[in-house]
Design a protein around this ligand. Sequence first.
Ligand code: FES
Length: 197
Amino acid sequence: MAKPAHDYEDFVHVGPATLAGRYMRTFWQPVAASRNVPTGKARRIKILGEFITLYRGVSGEIHAVDDRCPHRNTQLSAGWVEGENIRCFYHGWVFDGRGRCTEQPAEKNENFASKVNVRAFPARDYLGLVFVYLGEGEAPELPRYPEMEDDSAGVLYANVEKTPIPCGFFQRVENAVDQAHLPFVHRVINSGDKVYH
Ligand code: FES
């Protein structure tokens, strides 16, 4: 009979209430290439098992909020970017970059909007990437890499690429440190032969 997984043994799941998920949320996470988040267009991103809406306001500032509208659960990423805000596609509720609801066109009670909000996450552009902090409390300083900040040669940002790897983060990390698989899984590639298995 399979042994039940204990919380302290679960390194695989990354949802908000999981062990690894809580740990991973103590770091800023790169979630998109900056060039792929143009001004005025929202994107839906899945990171650590959660969907978030990413958008860039007219000021150029990047914003990250929950992907679900608290009214009827519509994807906020399907909505419209207006200034620094996002307007829900369904009934037009407006949320600012801090997640506060500022407008509800069909609500008779004008004060109700001030009682509604979505989660908002600190977000930054850095080195051609968008970083988001999904953890609890105040975000730590975004780590800086001064040696990479000089882009006078114009090569750093151009090298930001995305490669989807269809597995959980733990399998990727575990595979990277498993040197014993290299001469077998990669032996054809390593031999210089261009046939990939
Ligand atoms: S579902 Fe978003 S405003 Fe109604």
